[in-house]
Design a protein around this ligand. Structure first.
Ligand code: NDP
Length: 246
C-alpha cells in the first residue's frame, strides 16, 4: 500500500516550484491533495488535473496566504471536500530582497504576513480538522541559520521565527499525537531562485554540493516527514541544503 493512502494533504503555494513538487510527490504517495495558489490559476488547475488524470485526487483553491480569512476558508473548504486533513505543508513564501537601510515597512509586513503569520493561521486552522497522527511540515530556509550575503536580513528573520514556533508547537501538539517540523532548503532551482540566475555561481561557492537542488529533492524530505516513518520526529529543523549550512 502507498505510504499516504487514505491521507488528505493541504499544501499552500502548490502551483509552482517546491510546492508543486510537494503536491506531485504526496499525490504519488497516495494522498488526496488540496493546493492553494495566489495568482497562478492556470498552473494550479493544470496540476490538479494532472493528478486526477493519473488516478489521484486533487483540488486547487485560490487563497492569499497573507489574508487569514481567505486561508482559513480554503482549509475549511478542503476539509469539507475531502472529509478531513491529515497533513499540512506550509510552503507559500516570498523573498523580497533589500538592505535593512532601505527595506520598506510594507515589504517587511508582507514578508512576515506570508512567511510567518500564515504558518500560524494555517496551523491553527487545520487543527480543527486533524486527528491523531497528523503531520505539519513548514518550508523554512537554511537562511534561518546562515545568511552569508547582503539583502536577506528580513527573509532570514522570517524563516528563523519558524524554528522556535515548531519547538513550542511540538510541545502543544504532542499530547494529540501530531508532529510539526521545519524543512530548511538550500538554493533550489525555482522562479524564486533560478539556477542560471545572476547569483547561481556565487551560491554554489558556499555549498558542499556546488549546485542548486531540484524541487523533488525537497519534496522527498517532506514526504518522509508527512509519512508514518517519521513518527518520532517533532519540533525539529531538518536541512536539505547541499551543505550550504555545513
Ligand atoms: P516560487 O516563488 O517559485 O513559488 C512560490 C509559490 O508560493 C507559488 O506557488 C506561489 O503561488 C505561492 N505563493 C507566494 N505567495 C503566496 C501567497 N501570498 N498566497 C498563496 N500562495 C503564495 O518559490 P519556491 O518554490 O522557490 O519557494 C517555496 C518555499 O520554499 C518558500 O517558502 C521559500 O521561502 C522556500 N525556500 C526556497 C528556496 C529556493 O532556493 N527556491 C530556498 C529555501 C527556502 P502563485 O504561483 O499563485 O504566485
Amino acid at each position: 500500500m502507498a505510504a499516504l493512502q487514505n491521507k488528505v494533504a493541504f499544501v499552500t503555494g502548490g502551483s509552482r516550484g517546491i510546492g508543486a513538487a510537494i503536491v506531485r510527490r504526496l499525490a504519488a504517495d497516495g494522498a488526496a491533495v488540496a493546493l492553494t495558489y495566489q495568482g497562478s490559476q492556470g498552473a494550479a488547475e493544470a496540476l490538479a488535473q494532472e493528478i486526477v488524470a493519473a488516478g489521484g485526487k486533487a483540488l486547487a483553491l485560490r487563497s492569499d496566504a497573507a489574508d487569514p480569512k481567505s486561508l482559513t476558508e480554503a482549509i475549511d473548504r478542503a476539509a469539507e471536500h475531502f472529509g478531513k486533513i491529515d497533513i499540512l505543508v506550509n510552503n507559500a513564501g516570498v523573498f523580497l530582497p533589500g538592505s535593512v537601510e532601505e527595506f520598506s515597512l510594507e515589504d517587511f509586513d508582507k514578508t512576515i504576513a506570508v512567511n510567518v503569520r500564515a504558518v500560524f493561521v494555517a496551523t491553527k486552522g487545520v487543527l480543527r480538522h486533524m486527528a491523531e497522527g497528523g503531520r505539519i511540515v513548514n518550508i523554512g530556509s537554511i537562511n534561518a541559520l546562515r545568511v552569508p550575503f547582503a539583502g536577506a536580513a528580513v527573509y532570514g528573520m522570517s524563516k528563523s521565527a519558524l524554528s522556535a514556533f515548531v519547538k513550542g508547537a511540538a510541545r502543544d501538539l504532542g499530547p494529540r499525537g501530531i508532529t510539526i517540523n521545519n524543512v530548511l532548503p538550500g538554493p533550489v532551482d525555482t522562479d524564486m531562485n533560478p539556477a542560471d540566475g545572476e547569483f547561481g555561481t556565487f551560491l554554489h561557492s558556499l555549498m558542499a554540493l556546488p549546485r542548486h537542488g531540484k524541487p523533488a529533492e525537497i519534496a522527498s524530505l517532506v514526504a518522509y516527514l508527512a509519512g508514518p516513518e517519521s513518527s518520532f520526529i517533532t519540533g525539529a529543523d531538518l536541512a536539505a541544503d547541499g551543505g550550504f549550512g555545513a
